[in-house]
Design a protein around this ligand. Sequence first.
Ligand code: FES
Length: 313
Amino acid sequence: MGFFEVNVQSCQLVAEATREVVLAPGAGPLPGWTPGAHVDVQLPDGGVRSYSLIDGAGGWTAPGTYRLGVRLETGGTGGSRHMHALQPGDRLRVSAPKNGFPLDTSSAPALLVAGGIGITPLVSMAAALTAQGRDWRMIHAARHSGAVAFSGALPADRVTLHLDDVAGGPADLGPAIRAAAPGTHLYVCGPRPMIDAARAHAEAAGFTPDRIHFELFEAAAPQGGDQPFEVEINDGRVFTVPPGQTIVQVLEAGGVDLMHDCLRGDCGICRTDVRSGTPDHRDVVLSQAERASGKVMQICVSRAKGARLVLDL
Ligand code: FES
């Protein structure tokens, strides 16, 4: 993966635990991007974290800056702490923009649904939809008003703000999804329960799979009670996956060549056939029917319900 150097131009707190970071070119011009794209940021410990591009001076094709939004994850792996400690003048290494969450190329209306910091890729989508003359609406859900970031500059008549503390709970996405005009494309970026709920409502409302788009903004967190389990692959080798590590991490450490991208369970690339054993699904990309079949799983996040999985790898 190629990384290049950029300079931190400015940083500011824009909402509770949410920081805006603006990056300026380092040695050469910043590569262009498309709405929904993200960059990978290299961390001092060698890890990588992905952050969606919100916008930046110069637009998408000839950007003069990249603007990112970073929520401080107190229980995370340290990537957001590093981003919250940056100061103007610091240097970062980032990848060229990638887009696993692109806008469709139709002229259909769009319903954009953001949970918290999941707003970041949707800001550029809203701008692109407006530029294309397409109809769009947005629901931005946050726990309370102090946690709302980045949607304030969008047209107020198109954005519905949902505050959990005012409403007494999470947003019910069903009415907006059922009321969407025929052919509407649904874009959801937020936590796993929001994506699961939006998909269920959209499928029940007759959205075809090609009109349901989603991206998780956080990696699957280890769950209390996770147990070690074994994974057997086609050459007979058996690996033990401890709590806190994924199948992808363990197999790659053992020299197994794997295909993956998001490492969050939303892109689908690491989909693997299950020969035996019962997966503990933690992705958002498989359909309910695929999960129930137990015959496929996303090995970047999902685990096992039993002692051993035999995978077609
Ligand atoms: S790498 Fe994207 S779903 Fe596993």
